[in-house]
Write a protein that binds this ligand. Sequence first.
Ligand SMILES: O=C(O)CCC(=O)C(=O)O
Length: 366
Amino acid sequence: MALNEQKGKDDIPESQYQKGVKQLCEKGHLNAVPKKYILPVSERPTKSSVEDPNVVKQNLQLPIIDFAELLGPNRPQVLQSLANACQQYGFFQLVNHCMLEDVVRSMIDVSGRFFDLPLEERAKYMTTDMRAPVRCGTSFSQTKDTVLCWRDFLKLLCHPLPDFLPHWPASPVDFRKVVGTYAEETKHLFLVVMDAILESLGIMEDNILKDFENGSQMMVANFYPACPQPDLTLGIPPHSDYGFLTLLLQDEVEGLQIQHQDKWITVQPIPNAFVVNVGDHLEIYSNGKYKSVLHRVVVNEAKSRVSVASLHSLPFNCTVRPSPKLVDEANPKRYMDTDFRTFLAYVSSREPKKKDFLESRKVALN
Ligand SMILES: O=C(O)CCC(=O)C(=O)O
């Protein structure tokens, strides 16, 4: 018998939710979204601009940065496009990058196969300890969310790789090899893109690039099951990312939306491209010049979706502050210094809402 018939729609035991939304769908054969996932009307995604003027129906063409061009004679023009993208959208799509298509495809594939494993296998990695090297979970902030999100995730700490790899899942059998290769190549790509971003900010000789080589890297594989009533819930609620840059791979199913000029706009998946976004730390470091933009994930009735986000920042014990090169009398310091411990304490103490953390670091200017 279907789970929501067995217990009544609002009577699913809490422990069942903690096992994740994929398990809930498989056990429950759900034909309706359980109450625990139903957002208040004002927070629901709406389908079209007819229903909600804040949602634009057509897909947004994010600025496209051609990686090969960035490394060639047109670098100055590409740096200008990069600066425009980071200022106006906080997002761009990176195409023509150096990572082999096979590495990209295998990463999406092995992530899907991980979520296909029986619950008992995935449950080995379920913990609410935010510092765990491997953390399998569900929703956005599993222990704090009053309404749960329609997503399961696997978070992996990645750097230094030899320290963390032995903790990663050993199943599927090729998981460590595929994800390890992908993590290293993503880190390399991040360093090259970050170097260009520093140059686009006019910062050429800062030692920060050395720090990034030993910087933190966290990978999040997301699984969003098909949802019987996608208008009532979200895969991930509006949030910004904490680090300097996030490199996101999405499969061919759309779902990512970014806030642009007060509207939610869907990012069209481009095969083999990375969606790159500015995180809170880069907004702080650039003293507000580059924008860490709210984004969210909508789900759909027909297809499940897989994405993999790779979040990069300075080492966890470093302080992030506006670059002195971007602070002067005309541009006073707009953000307080911050570090990872402050961020963890902040998000552990409350239901993480929107850009709360970044807002909390802003200096009140007269
Ligand atoms: O699935 C996506 O497209 C976005 C994922 C995301 O925003 C996240 O993992 O923080």
